[in-house]
Design a protein around this ligand. Structure first.
Ligand code: KIV
Length: 289
């Protein structure tokens, strides 16, 4: 793709892309040390991945939210590993076409890492062989052993705490987590255990802004990525379709529609990246849960 005008926006020339360096864990660590925020977005196909990369996101999450966004499911629980492999490969191919530099995170779907660390390893290998640089898994105190097992075998891991959509039924709905002191203390304990196990990133979903700021301060080698968790985290993530305003359901209140006022997806994504970097997104007033 070279400087082509499209409904997605005008991508930079391939020569510009070639001068950019691939994102790696050391580069993310350097960003954290400099206080630069990490911009992450979900993508599920080649074209949106290429546009997100051109907009300057550091990380692309091939999230199992694709179950709702692409497959029309009611929750992420029905997504299969084969579906995740297919979409991870599509994203990686799109990035290769444009010499993209984004760090790709493949989401391990429900039931593919719950039985044992060995099962998690087999599942993670499928996504890594599809081109992911890291895998993500949800859950607290039962996951550090699995995280350790994967990290020891050379697979970088992103954890996911707070609202964990795969277990939405156990949580009683898509609701804020960690409001009560005991729940906040448990999240704290889980986050530290996951860092100790070797997780280099943790998504904090729908937790109070004060708690996610505290966790960010408490974690030194594990980067916090917030969604509905205020702006005190090391980075932010949003579901692509939510921030483009094309969610089939109701957008969560913490989401901003970055398409509003533009007709270019590239522009919307660039504005998202800029707002994450300058701290103007998210607005903490919307996270005083
Ligand atoms: O699957 C997904 O898109 C996610 C994000 C909501 C963080 O896990």
């Amino acid at each position: 793709m070279t400087n082509a005008a499209s409904p997605y926006g005008t991508l930079p020339p391939a020569s510009d892309m070639a001068s950019r360096k691939p994102i790696s864990l050391p580069r993310l660590n350097d960003m954290r040390a400099r206080g630069d925020k990490i911009a992450m977005i979900t993508a599920y196909d080649a074209t949106f991945a290429a546009v997100a990369d051109a907009a300057g996101v550091e990380c692309i999450l091939v999230g199992d939210s694709l179950g709702m966004v692409c497959q029309g499911l009611h929750s992420t629980a029905g997504v299969s590993l084969e579906t995740m492999r297919y979409h991870t490969e599509s994203v990686v191919r799109g990035l290769r076409r444009v010499q993209g530099t984004a760090w790709v995170i493949g989401d391990l779907p429900f039931g593919t890492y719950h039985e044992s660390p060995e099962q998690a390893l087999r599942s993670a290998m499928v996504l890594m062989q599809a081109g992911a640089h890291m895998v993500k898994l949800e859950g607290g105190d039962w996951t550090p052993d699995t995280v350790h097992f994967l990290v020891q075998r050379g697979i970088p891991v992103c954890a996911h705490l707070g609202l964990t959509p795969q277990t939405v039924h156990a949580l009683g709905g898509y609701r804020v987590q960690g409001r009560e002191p005991a729940a906040a203390a448990q999240l704290h304990k889980d986050a530290l255990a996951l860092q100790q196990a070797g997780a280099s990133m943790v998504v904090l979903e729908m937790v109070p802004a004060t708690l996610s700021s505290e966790l960010t301060q408490a974690l030194s080698t594990c980067h916090t990525i917030g969604i509905g968790a205020g702006n005190g985290t090391a980075g932010q993530v949003l579901v692509l379709h939510d921030m483009l305003g094309i969610n089939l359901g109701k957008n969560p209140k913490f989401v901003r529609n970055f398409m509003s006022g533009t007709d270019s997806v590239l522009d919307a994504l660039s504005r998202y990246v800029a707002a994450v970097k300058d701290g103007s997104f998210p607005d903490n007033a919307l996270h005083a849960w």
